[in-house]
Design a binder for this molecule. Structure first.
Ligand SMILES: *Cc1c(COP(=O)(O)O)cnc(C)c1O
Length: 381
């Protein structure tokens, strides 16, 4: 027993120090797991910003069509999808890096541009993958204080504060626009001024996982700046509006030199055959994308109107999710909602313990959330 204990301690201390320090990503609870625990069969999950409409039927058909070919390795260069993306973005395919989700691409960026002695800068309350990817390389995390609660964009990125954290050892700056979990966003002029101010040898990542949902006139498409800034990397995903989270496919657009570096460390078959085919088809189904946008706008209005009626405040969000402040600790509310068969996302790990994040669902799902919230708040969890 003692020897065993001793061994596991010494193995832990052998791990690289960044890995020892990192806290693993906490995924949303799967629906089946809650149903098993409660012995029910109509639980809903609004915890991971997935598309409540599901994937495009065209994407499903495309994945099905390539299924007989899965005994062969996928195209390691993702030729067809890259061509399709090159058309879509009007960009040279040599600027595209495919990932097993955009998460994968974020890790590739960290692996190439970070290591012991380097640091990465991002905002407080920013997406949890940035510190994980950074620490895993042995680099230091520098979280800049976010906007205060009385700011027009409460809890959002403070670009001036981020700039102050950048020094000669900063390898990467991560910017989420809009950010998850806050749903806050950055306007065209402020973001471009920020990118211009970052040193040329420091990579700026603009993570646009939710870009398709944003309706604001001042919201920038960072891919338009790629010709101007060699150090700019824009990441996109098929996990959110395209409804392909389970297939794991995302990508980065960058200068050819950065794409070449990322592709050196990329696993040769990181994007699988089903995902490659489905993503291509999903990109073509603009109707499905539009339906998803419309459903999200209506759902956001439905939820926030109910919050207002209940006297609750929320963080203004342009994504497919919203963080509401209920007065109950997030973890307590999360557990009470689980007993109602509803999986939400507590965000204490983001330093927002008094909020809970709700993914916008279908009208019926949102109604269930609202009714359950009312019940939980009346009976005091
Ligand atoms: C969901 C999300 C991603 C993408 O995740 P993948 O499924 O790996 O593509 C990236 N950035 C943010 C901010 C997200 O919320």
């Amino acid at each position: 027993m003692n020897a065993l204990h001793h061994d596991s301690d010494s193995l832990f201390s052998r791990a690289n120090s960044g890995v020892q320090a990192l806290r693993p990503y906490e995924p949303g609870k799967p629906v089946e797991e809650l149903e098993r625990e409660l012995g029910i069969d109509e639980a809903i999950k609004l915890a991971s910003n997935e598309n409540p409409l599901g994937p495009s039927p065209l994407a499903m058909a495309a994945a099905q069509a390539v299924l007989p070919g899965v005994s062969l390795y996928p195209d390691g260069n993702g030729f067809r999808l890259k061509q399709r993306l090159a058309d879509f973005h009007d960009i040279d395919p040599a600027r595209i890096t495919l990932g097993n989700g955009s998460n994968d691409v974020l890790e590739l960026i960290a692996r190439v541009f970070l290591g012991p002695g380097h640091n990465a800068v991002f905002s407080q309350h920013a997406f949890a993958v940035y510190p994980i990817a950074t620490l895993a390389t042995g680099a230091e995390c520098r979280a800049a204080a976010a906007n205060p609660v009385d700011h027009a964009m409460p809890f959002g990125h403070d670009l001036d504060a981020m700039r102050e954290q950048i020094d000669t050892d900063t390898g990467v700056v991560f910017v989420a626009n809009p950010n998850n979990p806050t749903g806050t966003w950055l306007d065209h002029d402020s973001l471009q001024a920020f990118i211009t101010a970052v040193p040329d040898d420091c990579v700026v990542v603009i993570d646009e996982a939710y870009t398709e949902y944003v309706r604001e006139a001042d919201y920038p498409d960072a891919t338009a700046w790629l010709d101007e800034y060699q150090n700019l990397v824009v990441t996109r995903t098929f996990s959110k509006i395209y409804g392909l989270a389970g297939l794991r496919i995302g990508y980065a657009l960058s200068s050819p030199v950065v794409a070449d570096l990322l592709n050196r460390v990329r696993q040769p078959f990181n994007a699988n055959s089903l995902a490659l085919a489905a993503a291509e088809a999903a990109l073509d189904d603009r109707e499905h994308v539009q339906r998803s946008i419309d459903m999200n706008s209506a759902g956001m209005r439905q939820l926030t109107a109910a919050f207002a009626e209940m006297g609750l405040t929320w963080i203004p969000s342009v994504g497919n999710f919203v963080c509401v402040r209920t007065g109950l600790p997030g973890q307590t509310l999360y557990e009470a909602m689980l007993r109602q068969g509803i999986i939400l996302r507590p965000i204490g790990n983001y330093g927002l313990d008094d909020h809970i994040r709700i993914t916008i669902g279908t009208t019926e799902q949102n109604t269930r959330v609202i009714e359950a919230l009312k019940q939980v708040m009346e009976t005091g969890a």
